[in-house]
Ligand binder design. Sequence first.
Ligand SMILES: Nc1ncnc2c1ncn2[C@@H]1O[C@H](COP(=O)(O)OP(=O)(O)O)[C@@H](O)[C@H]1O
Ligand SMILES: [Mg+2]
Length: 443
Amino acid sequence: MSEPRPAVTHPLGVEWSRVELLASLLSQARRGREAPENRLEELRRLQAQVEAGRANGAWRAIAVPLAALEYDVLACAAAPEAEPRLAWVFQNLQPGVAQPYPTAALLHELLALDSESSHLLYAALAEGGTLRRADLIQLESDDPFQPIRPASGVTARLLGRPPLETAPPGATRVTLSPSWEDLILPASRTAMLQEFLLWIRHRSRVFGEWGGVDCGGPVALFSGPSGTGKTFAAAVLATELGWPLYRVDLGRLVSKYIGETEKNLNRLFDAAHGRPMVLQFDEADSLFSKRGEVKEARDRYANMEVSHLLARIESHQGPCILTTNLRRNLDPAFARRFQVVADFPRPAAAARALLWERLLPPAAPRASDVDTAFLGEAVNLTGGEIRNAALHAAFLAAESGRPIGLPEITLAVWRELSKSGRDLSPADLGPLAPWFPEEGLLC
Ligand SMILES: Nc1ncnc2c1ncn2[C@@H]1O[C@H](COP(=O)(O)OP(=O)(O)O)[C@@H](O)[C@H]1O
Ligand SMILES: [Mg+2]
């Protein structure tokens, strides 16, 4: 028989063992039993191991140094997630609380705090305390009977578990992961996007160390015609941060049932709280409709929800990107509420040439007369339209077995232009008109 393998213990394991012993001692004390000496001896041993672990970086995953009592609070808050049996232990100790997380009242007893350390406990739980500022714990109110939860993702981080990748309710993951080089925009816009990243990267320095007034967010507004790369740019920012990008459909979120919207919003932002992610809200135009134009009671509700939604977005601690196709409707008072407002122009000829170059599949055979500078000059398409046309041309070529040539590209551009629904004549193809195959390419 082989030797039993020693259990692999996590360096924080002794923290949970200590919490468990404290809980068991508390439960006995409540029944009026004295703690036996051997258990007190065990507690002292665990206490020494916990202290050694804290001094030796067992908590390094959270990056901020904490005071002893703050470590105790976080260990107790994370315990039910780290060791599910402790969830039951806590529930038994606080039967009136609907959640397995410890309340301040329970911590008070568990850690056997005297009146002086009780003061320290409330300081540790306060909004300005390190635990809350560094987004390590979550508290709904200052009520001592409210459960104290670790912020979302904190336990996973402590234990080195991969974070659970679930989209917050009402949001969908955008799976593109383009880089700066893929994004074709005037340099001035790229600079604005890079500045948006500074608001995220240097948060703790400016708001924490330097005492800047924390205004939540950051929130960016991207405006510009459809297909100019707003979602694509949001994906570049998310890729740069190494965070997932989630798109929120405001239409789906803003329920026609009065009152549901607020619930939907709360669900979304609660799930996003403390998790590294970029949220993108599309069709944000609906938020900027002129206020005061209230005709019916329903509109009034809609307006209330709009201001609530904006306030919720602003107070969320994490990057939000609003996108809109309309610029002119934007009330300057609204624009001032965002940290970055970038308009996405239709690409000029040189940018279009670059887009053609990037978006024609790189390994596809290309006819020698396909000159992307010429294509860029020839028709005024957005990046989104060029992407569609380049791919459509590639599919036509894949079917015909020929390289992608000007007839394929011209037909694909025609199809793209036709989507606008207006009457077209081959003259709309400009210098591409001579390659227009009137009958299509497949007959
Ligand atoms: N400025 C751009 N740079 C690079 N690619 C672009 C750009 N604009 C559009 N595209 C291409 O078109 C596609 C659609 O653009 P998208 O970001 O969805 O536009 P929007 O969100 O503004 O409607 C992108 O996935 C990308 O392939
Ligand atoms: Mg988009």
